[in-house]
Design a protein. Structure first.
Length: 283
């Protein structure tokens, strides 16, 4: 599976899917899901994508998420194909969030043969705030009408509207916490950052999920930071009768929000292993 993940990371990293131009990645993502038997695409507003694999009523629903947009480090004139370098040790290029995309696409390809729970896949627009804040002129309409995190919120709102809300959401992104060293982080307390008045039951259920991940890999670093997992956690748990767990599992990236971002192949492999084992144990 690591070979497929690296392939997807490389292919998606080459696409200049900068914030507000996420549709440039849609053909590639759709080409992966079109080959998966029983996969269903669900319509959603904006430059977002939702797919579903599995409809077994006896199994829970787990959503895996990644964001499609990249920060534009090139300005108004950019390469048609962005540079990517892959070695046995690292992958270099626009890794935020192609590392997460590649991991999720590799998981999707084996979902029907692995005995996983029912899976939803969320691919969101406008996760990044840097471009919108620093260079709105590089976005469509000069950034007018665009908001940080709008994709994740649109996806969650659509799932609530269609009554297809998952029990858990696991966001795959990249973390700057390790400052050039290898590592995987787990963010799991979104309510401390997104203003949600979390119920005690949500806190307790999330703690159990955190412990399950740490039992699989004790070297995962529990921490917290901002990304789409905050929006999924807040929207799904606002005016809801059921707790929806939202966590983020993130391999290290360095440098961060710059050209030439690197992720370690070993971290991608570890993240794949952890996520696969976790899904196999979720019933």
């Amino acid at each position: 599976m690591i070979e497929r993940a690296i392939h997807h990371i490389e292919q998606t990293a080459r696409v200049p899917s900068f914030s507000s131009y996420e549709e440039r990645l849609h053909p590639y993502v759709r080409s992966v899901f079109e080959k998966i038997e029983g996969c269903k695409e669900i319509d959603v507003e904006g430059n977002n994508l939702i797919f579903q694999i599995g409809d077994n009523p006896r199994k829970p629903v787990v959503a895996l998420t990644a964001h499609l947009d990249k920060i534009n480090h090139y300005g108004s004139i950019h390469p048609e194909t962005l540079p990517v370098t892959a070695t046995d040790e690292f992958i270099e290029g626009a890794m935020d969030d192609c590392a997460g995309l590649g991991i999720i696409l590799a998981i999707a390809e084996v979902a029907t043969e692995k005995g996983f729970p029912n899976l939803q896949f969320y691919f969101s627009e406008m996760e990044e705030s840097k471009g919108l804040k620093d260079h709105p002129e590089l976005l469509k309409k000069n950034g007018v009408g665009y908001k940080h995190g709008m994709g994740a919120r649109r996806i969650a709102e659509q799932c609530k509207k269609l009554e297809i809300v998952p029990q858990q959401v696991i966001t795959l992104d990249t973390t700057p916490l390790f400052k050039g060293e290898k590592g995987i982080a787990l963010y799991s307390m979104h309510w401390k950052l997104n203003g949600l008045n979390a119920s005690q039951s949500l806190v307790e259920k999330t703690a159990k999920v955190r412990e399950k991940f740490l039992l699989i890999d004790k070297n995962i670093k529990p921490d917290n930071n901002t990304n789409d997992y905050l929006h999924y956690g807040k929207v799904f748990n606002t005016n809801s009768r059921n707790d929806v767990i939202s966590v983020a599992l993130e391999p290290a990236i360095f440098p961060y929000h710059q050209k030439g971002e690197r992720v370690f192949v070993n971290d991608i492999q570890r993240t794949l292993n952890v996520l696969t084992l976790y899904l196999e144990k979720t019933d």
